[in-house]
Write a protein that binds this ligand. Structure first.
Ligand code: HEM
Length: 386
């Protein structure tokens, strides 16, 4: 009976994983491997359950747009509100036939003390996104922005991964985040997680492609005057060209519905370490192949406040998948949060109330677009040099 299983699980202090494990790679994207899988053995059983988003069969490319406004620390809140309202008119424009499937707002104060306020919007195809940019008036507005007169900076970062270059991981099948709003369903528990290299194994294209980046793309650690300190970008409109297999991770945390015990555990042991890890990537990322990292708060659309929302995400851009793998496997901050989570997920299984997820994409040059209007030189991919 359910009660017997429960008491056995509690007695062994270990979660009993359902036997029906599925591959994180959807059936229609599975193919014979020419690249080795990292899974320790074919019938490997992870210590706790995780799930992946399954998209409808006709979804073959997603679009994720980060539309941001950058405000000087001294600017008053009404200016930030005006920027939000401007972006909002396009996202919610009723005349656009293909509005985003989902969008929400996030903000972060960066290491130059600028407030970056962004919309995070998702579409289920490139054509839907392009139709929206035209019909909503966004494209006309965006191209008309003049960096020499705009009182604040603006940025547009668009990722257009085909589904073979995209993977997700959720520790609960019931909470939708980001791309999961476009799901057909969440998968049954997946086999490919709980070991280093599982992120790669979940990426369909990794079956046949080593997913290496541009060899010389790694930022030099010996640059004497970091390009990111170049102040002249603040009166320019700059497009950063695409980089081969640029790797993006959005890794989210939601502690809103945690039990008091887990909330304490998260806020005292994990969140501070996560912040240190993200600060490292933001300030010293070039040492490990990371161009940009923002630890962002999800904020209320109206108030701009993150209070009582209790959701954050790390958004980081790496020169290649191997660099992201290395950081997650080697950096003491991630090792600490990873270890802490593994330990209590192992015991609690699907009773864990902290919700974590990530979405990772490895982009072709033509599947990324970065444009900055009047932003400081440390913003996003501007830090990669221009
Ligand atoms: C994987 C914990 C934040 C990057 C994992 C795994 C855990 C974990 C337990 C292994 C999952 C599995 O395979 O079953 C956490 C916790 C976080 C957090 C508790 C926050 C509180 C982040 C952030 C990043 C990140 C912010 C990067 C920006 C990664 C990567 C992997 C991973 C790349 C996959 C490694 C691989 O499979 O090779 N994390 N993590 N994590 N995490 Fe995190």
């Amino acid at each position: 009976t359910k009660r017997d299983i429960e008491s056995k699980r509690k007695a062994n202090n270990i979660y009993q994983l359902p036997k029906m494990l599925v591959s994180a790679i959807p059936t229609n994207l599975q193919c014979p491997r020419t690249q080795p899988a990292r899974i320790p053995k074919p019938d490997f059983e992870p210590p706790y359950p995780c799930h992946a988003v399954l998209f409808p069969q006709d979804v073959s490319q997603l679009v994720i747009a980060i539309i941001g406004a950058q405000h000087k620390p001294s600017s008053d809140p009404t200016a930030t509100e005006a920027s939000r309202s401007t972006i909002s008119t396009f996202l919610s424009n009723p005349t656009a036939s293909t509005p985003p499937s989902f969008f929400e707002w996030a903000s972060v104060t960066d290491n130059k003390d600028f407030l970056n306020f962004t919309a995070l919007a998702y579409w289920p195809s490139k054509s839907a996104y392009e139709t929206w940019t035209a019909e909503s008036g966004f494209q006309t507005w965006w191209t008309s922005l003049d960096p020499s007169t705009s009182p604040n900076g603006w940025f547009l970062e668009v990722f257009l991964p085909t589904t073979d270059r995209f993977e997700t991981m959720f520790n609960t099948p019931t909470h939708a985040e980001g791309s999961a709003h476009m799901r057909e369903s969440m998968s049954d528990p997946i086999r490919e997680h709980g070991y280093w290299g599982s992120m790669r194994d979940r990426l369909p294209l990794s079956q046949t492609d080593p997913l290496t980046g541009t060899p010389d793309a790694r930022p030099s650690t010996t640059t004497t005057a970091p390009i990111s300190n170049n102040p002249s970008s603040s009166n320019k409109r700059i497009i950063i060209p695409g980089k081969k297999n640029l790797t993006i991770i959005r890794s989210g945390q939601d502690w809103h519905d945690t039990t008091p015990k887990e909330r304490d555990l998260y806020l005292s042991t994990m969140h501070p370490v996560l912040t240190r890890g993200m600060d490292f990537l933001r300030d010293n990322g070039s040492e490990v192949g990371c161009y940009s990292c923002r630890l962002m708060d999800i904020v209320d659309a109206k108030t701009g406040s993150s209070e009582r929302i209790d959701r954050t995400f790390g958004l980081a851009y790496f020169d290649e998948l191997a660099s992201l793998e290395r950081w997650s496997r080697e950096h003491p901050t991630h090792l600490a949060i990873f270890g802490g989570f593994m330990q209590y997920a192992r015991t609690l299984g699907d009773e864990v109330t902290l919700k974590v997820f990530h979405e990772v994409m490895v982009l072709r040059e033509d599947q990324q677009f970065f444009e900055y209007v009047g932003c400081h030189g440390g913003t996003g991919m501007l830090a990669a040099g221009w």
